[in-house]
Design a protein around this ligand. Structure first.
Ligand code: UDP
Length: 238
């Protein structure tokens, strides 16, 4: 049987991945399926941190298009990530692993405020960690939060679970001849202007030499497969 290639991983789950077919909000079946994958990784002693997006509820840029200022829209987006984190955390616990949700913005009635020291202790005690509210700052994304938390928590890899099964030579939705890369270096991705993550997230991962695996969240068991090195996706590394 395949064994985990990493001991401590950070999984970035986009908000869109959680909405299933509905087009908005959360699909409980999808949340449970993703959580089951996480719980199964925990049972193989992999330490798992999650950063979850909020695009299934609010995105700052979209909110701003309706006339609300961008920073306020971004705070709404960060609050959306907290809701997603609570749903994922509840599902993970229901399925038998222990989990702690932290928020980069203080909301002590709901969850702990992010602290690196406390998060490391939770890791030692075997809890799955969910980091919500992104970086706590407007004008950033949860991809950047994922690279940041991966670096400060000492994660060996950033697993970017998304809608596509890797990084392509062109947008596969627009160009039928687009080819998927199995492996790429950060420098190649930069030189070819390939969209792995936004620029701030990419720079953080590159500087801290944290490899990024881009893969599809829609395949059941894909998070586990990425950790085992048996899945389909693109590995972007040094
Ligand atoms: N956001 C922010 N600062 C952060 C992380 C997120 O302002 O550090 C806001 C931003 O408005 C973003 C929204 O939260 O659009 C949801 O996050 P994101 O778009 O990254 O979610 P995803 O695309 O992964 O669902």
């Amino acid at each position: 049987m395949a064994r985990p290639l990493y001991k401590r991983v950070l999984v970035k789950i986009s908000g869109e991945a959680l909405m299933g077919e509905a087009g908005f909000g959360l699909d409980p079946k999808v949340v449970d399926r993703i959580s089951a994958d996480i719980v199964s990784l925990r049972s193989q002693n992999v330490e798992v941190a999650l950063v979850v997006g909020g695009g299934n509820i609010f995105r700052g840029v979209q909110v701003a298009a309706s006339g609300i200022d961008r920073a306020t829209g971004d705070y709404m987006g960060m609050l959306a990530t907290v809701m997603n984190a609570l749903a994922l955390g509840a599902s993970i616990e229901r399925q038998g692993a222990t989990c702690r949700v932290m928020s980069a913005l203080e909301m002590p009635a709901i969850c702990e405020t992010f602290s690196r020291q406390a998060a490391l202790r939770h890791f030692e005690r075997g809890h799955v960690m969910i980091f919500s509210a992104g970086t706590g700052n407007p004008f950033f994304t949860t991809d950047t939060a994922a690279a940041l938390r991966a670096a400060e928590m000492g994660c060996e890899v950033l697993l970017k679970a998304t809608n596509v099964d890797g990084v392509y030579t062109a947008d596969p939705k627009l160009d039928k001849t687009a080819k998927r890369y199995d492996k790429l270096s950060f420098d190649e991705a930069l030189a070819r202007d390939l969209k792995v993550m936004d620029a701030a997230a990419f720079a953080l991962a590159r500087e801290n030499r944290i490899p990024v695996i881009v893969f599809s969240i829609h395949e059941p068991g894909s998070i586990q497969a990425a950790v085992m090195g048996t899945g389909r996706g693109t590995l972007v590394g040094a």
